[in-house]
Design a protein around this ligand. Structure first.
Ligand SMILES: Cc1cc2nc3c(=O)[nH]c(=O)nc-3n(C[C@H](O)[C@H](O)[C@H](O)COP(=O)(O)OP(=O)(O)OC[C@H]3O[C@@H](n4cnc5c(N)ncnc54)[C@H](O)[C@@H]3O)c2cc1C
Length: 454
């Protein structure tokens, strides 16, 4: 639970107009998208980010056509950026069974490259994370992003209807009511929301590591041949691999390795140092083409711990005027390539209902701190009601996909089983009616407000 108090300890900034501002904790992909969506709807935003500089990591990221539409709804400039920097992949999802040790993949014709294909229309845009973050930051108005601000505590004041945030540098900020935790898988806002000792407050190791980097196309093409210019998921025993171009010059590489026999060494860190030899060791049973690809990796590697929220999901994403979104709410393993996409869907619902709350309060000259608090907390209740089920289902589905990609499920024995098992979940993941969800959010919020006012 977020603590509550009635005793004022901080200065209130003098901003009586408009009705509320939003404080976002965390300037990752979700915090940035959400901020831009709110600003477009004339809702003032400040982003508090613990890092002293905001730069994306050196790896790729992809977004489905539906997620691109969601970005456009948030702010059309976001999808315009993707069109500018991204690489479009207009293919259904496809996998190669790389456990076929003796096969020479270079002998396969262009139509035979993949062993498993989903009969599902799909357009995906792939890009470099660091470039995307850079471009999104450029769209923020001056003063919106506050760096070096690591959130430590939140207190909801019942007398003023405001929220006091305290930061590690000793400063406190009183926010006009709304705090959104977009602080990632190791979210401190989620920890505060769940309450001390609650296992839902912390992410749990999904017993899997990822090794990710960017490799020059000039090194990849001679090895992967026809596979170099498309997205390929390589599946095998105990490990899997994703390769895709993020531009004409570089290819994204992400290897996933099951860690049944080892725990994560340091829970305060998301990455630990690793070596190329460690990756090669995990792929010894893979096809020679993949083993040749591993040889071109840099010697120094980072091992990313994959944490998720499957075993201890949050019972609610909100508490009064505080909410969590993105990985902070429903961190998942990355096997649908949709973790950020699901967070962007959260942002769509949040901007929709916060805009409604803003309109209501702007037209209410007699709004009190209590009525303001009520309008915002009802908006957050709608967000929780609309988003929790789908986003937590995605966490479970992604875990299952990770097991499939490593041939770990005894009931899945061949390509047909694989496609059958994946198809239904994949269509739910990638073809999602976000416009309907926007309508449902508005209806649910109006209903909640009508019930409150009765
Ligand atoms: C290998 C891999 C591949 C992936 N591929 C895809 C893909 O193709 N498509 C896709 O949609 N998703 C993908 N994902 C998932 C995606 O990366 C995440 O879902 C997404 O980055 C989450 O964004 P976020 O903004 O919620 O969190 P983050 O990106 O983790 O951002 C959180 C921010 O909060 C800040 N922060 C943390 N604590 C505090 C604090 N106390 N105070 C202030 N600031 C704080 C952090 O510094 C950080 O900047 C992948 C994930 C992995 C691991």
């Amino acid at each position: 639970m977020i603590s509550e108090s009635t005793e004022s300890t901080t200065e209130t900034p003098n901003n009586t107009n408009p009705p509320f501002e939003v404080s976002i904790i965390g300037g990752g992909i979700i915090g940035l998208n959400l901020a831009l969506g709110l600003l477009r709807r004339n809702i003032p935003v400040a982003i508090y980010e613990k890092a002293s500089e905001l730069k994306g990591i050196g790896a790729g990221i992809g977004f489905s056509a539906t997620v691109q539409e969601c970005m456009s709804y948030l702010d059309p400039r976001i999808s315009a950026i993707l069109s500018k920097i991204g690489f479009v992949e207009n293919q259904p999802l496809r996998w190669v069974d790389a456990s076929k040790k003796d096969e020479d993949f270079s002998m396969r014709g262009p139509d035979e490259l993949f062993d498993m294909k989903l009969p599902l229309e799909r357009s995906y845009v792939l890009c470099h994370r660091a470039v995307l973050v850079d471009e999104l930051v450029k769209l923020l108005p001056e003063g919106c992003l506050r760096l070096g601000k690591r959130l430590e505590g939140i207190e909801q004041r019942t007398d003023t209807g405001k929220v006091v945030m305290s930061f590690m540098d000793g400063t406190k900020v009183e926010s006009d009511a709304v705090v959104l935790g977009c602080d990632g898988i190791k979210s401190h806002v989620r920890y505060l929301l769940a309450g001390e000792g609650n296992p839902s407050g912390i992410p749990h190791y999904a017993k899997e590591s990822a090794y990710r980097c960017i490799i020059k196309m000039s090194e990849v093409v001679p090895i992967l041949g026809n596979y170099a210019s498309v997205m390929a998921v390589w599946v095998g025993r105990g490990a899997s691999l994703v390769t895709y171009p993020v531009s004409n010059k570089v290819c994204n590489f992400a290897a996933f390795v099951r860690d049944n026999d080892r725990d994560w060494p340091d829970y305060s860190e998301q990455t630990v140092q690793a070596s190329k030899a460690e990756i090669i060791g995990a792929f010894v049973d893979f096809n020679p083409m993949i083993r040749r690809l591993l040889e071109v990796l840099p010697d120094q590697q980072s091992r990313w711990g994959l944490f998720d929220t499957l075993d201890y999901p949050l019972q609610s994403y909100v508490d009064g005027c505080v909410a969590v979104a993105g990985d902070a709410a429903h961190g998942s393993t990355p096997h649908h390539g949709m973790g950020a996409g699901i967070g962007i869907e959260d942002a769509v619902v949040l901007v929709t209902i916060l805009e409604k709350a803003n309109q209501r309060l702007s037209s209410d000259a007699a709004a009190t701190p209590e009525s303001k608090r009520m309008a915002i907390s009802r908006a957050f209740e709608t967000y929780d009601a609309i988003r929790r089920e789908r986003s937590q289902w995605h966490v479970a589905s992604s875990r299952r996909q990770g097991q499939l990609n490593k041939w770990e499920l005894p009931e899945i024995r061949n390509a047909d089983d694989f496609v059958r098992d994946t198809m239904e979940r994949a269509s739910r993941v990638y073809t999602y009616n976000w416009r309907l969800e926007v309508q449902r959010s508005i209806q649910d919020y109006e209903q909640k407000m009508a019930n409150t006012e009765e």
